[in-house]
Design a protein around this ligand. Structure first.
Ligand SMILES: O=C(O)Cc1cc(O)ccc1O
Ligand SMILES: [Fe+2]
Length: 432
């Protein structure tokens, strides 16, 4: 018999220990591993760490043998950046790229449409991160995926997607993000056809909300605005394939049932989504331009305090009121590496050439800052309160690692080879 339970609710909070059951009484009371689980379910622990206990119709181990996967399907997804690989390039150039094209002549699902841009380290020692674009037009069917390599932060830019995970379902649209952790099986349905966006994969640790320090108890991304799904299951007996990325290689196995068969779970290792429009943005109310670390939504830290595997930072619509200040970003060089993307609208440091879907990279210590048009305007602006980036949303993946670039990223087909020209007209203003 086929049963589909549909729930549209979610659990609010960040990193909470949640418990949820799609059938009454499915969660064991007072213990994790009873001699016999309620409703004849199998107990299976998913340790990330932290941990989640799942109660499912079939344990994960019940599958046909692992096979190596048709590697061509995922050939643009690179994972290990420390290996000697002729497809990787080292460059301090300030890069800007056009949006990834969504194929029109063939069907591509979410994972097949992943195009790696840059990365450092790899999953072997669980240290590093990588950045990708995705572009797809097809929903996945009878096929699910899990990564043994790291956690994925998905930033849709065009097209709402349904992220169906073992622990529940999340509908995610542009201006929202979703995090799916290592090991969690999931598939992606394209709800509006053509879809694209950005991905950050971290091989170390997990994303957390940043410590607020002197900001105190609230602002930035408030914990209650994170949404974790409730349990959802399918009791369907038919052949499914599960694809596994393991140390950058792709494997698969067949199972005789839907992998989305977890009837109840409890724990604090679970996917979540967040609506970037809920971000409580703070800024200077006196003078000067603060570092955009105050716009950090999520951070994954290395072992060195303040050095991030990845800070996920956004540039939402906000008021600028600073007096006697050059209000856009200052010119700077940075020990961190800054990858930026534009989800919607205009980024205030770049009036032209960085439209929605575009990306840029400013690597460690490579100078960058506003283009000459923005410099001219902001140096002479009447400094009344100003709403910037109205209806816009840009973001940055900022990392302490030095990134290597892929063939795609250095190919002139995608690179804005004129990028350097946006600074060329900066005038000499020096007068003795
Ligand atoms: O380079 C960028 O556009 C990102 C950025 C913005 C800002 O306001 C200050 C520093 C910084 O790196
Ligand atoms: Fe910068």
């Amino acid at each position: 018999m086929v049963t589909r339970k549909l729930f549209s609710t979610f659990q609010a909070g960040f990193g909470n220990h949640f418990e949820t059951e799609a059938e009454e009484g499915a969660l064991p009371k007072g213990q994790n591993s009873p001699q016999k689980c309620p409703l004849g379910l199998y107990a299976e622990q998913l340790s990330g760490t932290p941990f989640t206990w799942t109660y499912r119709i079939w344990p994960t181990v019940l599958h046909k043998p692992f096979k190596t996967c048709d590697t061509d399907r995922f050939k643009n997804w690179l994972t290990s950046f420390d290996r000697d690989d002729s497809r990787l390039h080292v460059s301090p150039v300030q890069y800007r790229w056009s949006a990834q094209e969504i194929p029109t002549d063939r069907e591509v699902n979410f994972f097949e449409g992943i195009q790696t841009m840059a990365g450092a380290g790899g999953p072997e020692l669980k240290d590093g991160m990588s950045i990708h674009l995705y572009a797809c037009n097809k929903s996945m069917q009878k096929e699910a995926f899990y990564s043994s390599d790291g956690d994925l932060l998905i930033v849709p830019q065009q097209g709402a997607i349904l992220v169906k995970t073992e622990l529940g379902r999340l509908r995610v649209e542009p201006q929202e993000i979703v995090v799916v952790q290592r090991g969690v099986k999931f598939l992606v349905e394209v709800l509006e056809g053509n879809s694209r966006g950005y991905l950050c994969e971290i091989f170390k640790g997990h994303f957390v909300i940043p410590d607020l320090g002197p900001i105190g108890s609230n602002c930035l991304a408030n914990p209650r605005d994170f949404e974790t799904p409730v349990a959802y299951y399918e009791d369907i007996e038919e052949t499914w394939t599960v694809i596994n990325k393991f140390q950058g290689k792709f494997f698969s196995f067949d199972i005789h049932h839907s992998p989305f068969d977890i009837v109840a779970w409890h724990g604090n290792y679970a996917p979540y989504k967040y609506d970037l429009r809920k971000f409580n943005t703070i800024g200077s109310i006196s003078y000067d331009h603060p570092d955009p670390s105050i716009f950090t939504v999520l951070t994954a830290q290395t072992d060195d305090p303040g050095q991030a595997v990845c800070d996920f930072v956004i540039f939402p619509p906000r008021w600028l009121v600073q007096e006697h200040t050059f209000r856009p970003p200052y010119y700077h060089r940075n020990t961190m590496t800054e990858f930026m993307g534009n989800i919607a609208g205009v980024y205030d440091a770049k009036e032209k050439g960085f439209g929605p879907g575009c990306s840029s990279l400013h690597s460690a210590m490579s100078g960058h800052g506003p283009d000459s048009g923005v410099f001219e305007k902001a140096s002479n602006a009447d400094l009344k309160p100003q709403l910037v980036a109205e209806n816009s949303m840009s973001f940055m993946f900022e990392t302490a690692y030095q990134l290597k670039l892929t063939d795609y990223a250095v190919d002139d087909k995608h690179v804005d080879t004129e990028y350097y020209k946006c600074w060329e007209n900066l005038p000499k203003l020096f007068k003795k």
